[in-house]
Design a protein around this ligand. Structure first.
Ligand SMILES: [Mn+2]
Length: 442
């Protein structure tokens, strides 16, 4: 193969591998790595993939092992995407040509900048783009992320209400149960947990930028055009029509912008959904995402008839007693780091069994470690499977937990993010504590 063509294949491979990594490889050992170049042998049988990463020698070795053991998956994906008959065997190599000091940090921050990571103002797509898709479609599937929170549930229901008032057919879908405290919202009992063989002309994905966080979806040919509305920091917002605004407090606030382009009046049911979305994602108007515009919108919703006290009662003060028993178990696991700067709690399947509860009741537990004086990062480990843990982060102050989560294939906001890791609990905890210590290091 001519060397020019080989060079092009190498560049395409660099691009594709980078994008697979950005989307998140499963291996927890892989940190925030950047592929710096790819070399391919003349017979196309071997490729050397050079990467750089920040952290210690041990971090770099872990990343290398993680990348190497993901190479089967990467090769399969490249085979599909590049339509090559033979994908070379990979060897991941640390890029020694780079000085391991400032230069790497500079390259990493350039990459992050290019990808829009450090630019929370970055809005992509628009409310109008989404409104046009809402007007054009007839039959919609509306979904959100697994383990739905108040924003996910309320925004799904809000979208259904507004689409139905325009005469559209709508199916709301989330494979996970609706948390008990959002069942009062209009239509909450009619959220499907499977999608069957139905076909749709549009699939609306809310509060989520990765399809694999939605649970099983209909086959591509059955789900029509993808419409994405999200406010998470993300490298690749999804959707053929999309509206991404990482500065918006909640999907509710973004839907209000979409409504400006639609022939729909906000009635009381819709107002309650929008208010619930804002209320829960701003931590009851306490988080830094509470902007003047957020409060103006909340005021308009109260004018329409939403009662703030009634919403508080329903969302926060109707807990089943089992939830308080579960909280008592979970608080026993509180670990505060000797530095006093991070603290964690752990939720295991055993605790659910003991208290007769399930994961839909743990929302808000992480606020306990976060509320400790001096703590900058709070962590919650929740057992997702045998030797698999879902890790949630909340920060206050300057630590960007979205980038910590991204280092493990997860994502989120600057102050609230999450990821999943495989391994024994104490291993997972150790890896996470180390990553947080690094982020907290002066
Ligand atoms: Mn949200």
């Amino acid at each position: 193969m001519a060397s020019v063509r080989r060079q092009r294949v190498a560049e395409q491979m660099q691009e594709e591998i980078s994008s697979l990594i950005a989307k998140g490889l499963k291996d927890p050992r892989i940190g925030f790595v950047t592929i710096t170049s790819v070399d391919i042998s003349a017979d196309l049988k071997r490729a050397w993939v050079y990467f750089c990463t920040s952290g210690t020698d041990a971090d770099r070795e872990r990343s290398q092992q993680g990348l190497q053991s993901s190479s089967g998956y990467i090769r399969r994906m490249l085979g599909k995407r590049l339509r090559l008959r033979n994908i070379p065997e990979f060897e991941f190599k640390y890029d020694e040509s780079l000085d391991r000091g400032n230069q790497i940090e500079t390259i990493l921050s350039e990459v992050r900048e290019q990808e829009g990571w450090d630019d929370p103002e970055r809005v992509r797509g628009s409310a109008e783009e989404v409104a046009l898709a809402f007007i054009a479609g007839k039959r919609f599937l509306v979904t959100s992320h697994l383990n739905p929170d108040g924003d996910a549930i309320a925004s799904m229901l809000a979208v259904r209400l507004l689409l139905e008032s325009m005469g559209k057919e709508v199916v709301c879908y989330n494979p996970d149960p609706v948390p008990h405290n959002f069942m009062f919202l209009a239509g909450a009992a009619d959220i499907e947990n499977t999608t069957g063989e139905d076909s749709f002309d549009h699939t609306v994905v809310l509060d989520c930028s990765e399809l694999n966080r939605c649970g099983p979806l209909p086959a591509e040919e059955l789900r029509g055009k993808l419409v994405g509305i999200d406010h998470h920091l993300t490298v690749s917002p999804l959707g053929e029509a999309r509206y991404l605004n990482p500065k918006a407090s909640s999907i509710g606030e973004m839907l209000d912008k979409v409504l400006e382009h639609l022939p729909v009046e906000i009635d009381l049911d819709l107002a309650k959904c929008l208010y619930c979305s804002i209320l829960t994602d701003t931590g009851s108007f306490r988080y830094s995402n509470t902007a003047p515009a957020t409060l103006h919108l909340a005021a308009r919703l109260v004018e329409i008839g939403v009662s703030p006290w009634d919403m508080t009662l329903k969302v926060y003060e109707s807990q089943p007693v089992e939830r308080v028993h579960l909280l008592a178990e979970v608080l026993q696991t509180l670990v505060v780091d000797p530095s006093g700067k991070h603290a964690s709690i752990t939720v295991t399947d055993e605790m659910f069994e003991k208290t007769g509860t399930s994961k839909d009741l743990i929302d808000g537990f992480i606020n306990y470690p976060r509320g400790i004086d001096g703590v900058e990062v709070a962590i919650q480990f929740r057992q997702a499977d045998i030797n698999r843990y879902k890790v949630s982060f909340r920060s206050r102050g300057n630590v960007d937990v979205a980038s910590i989560a991204q280092g493990f294939g997860g994502g989120g906001h600057r102050n609230a993010a999450g990821c999943e890791l495989s391994g024994e609990l104490n291993e997972v905890q150790k890896i996470i504590y180390q990553a947080i210590d690094r982020a907290l290091a002066p």
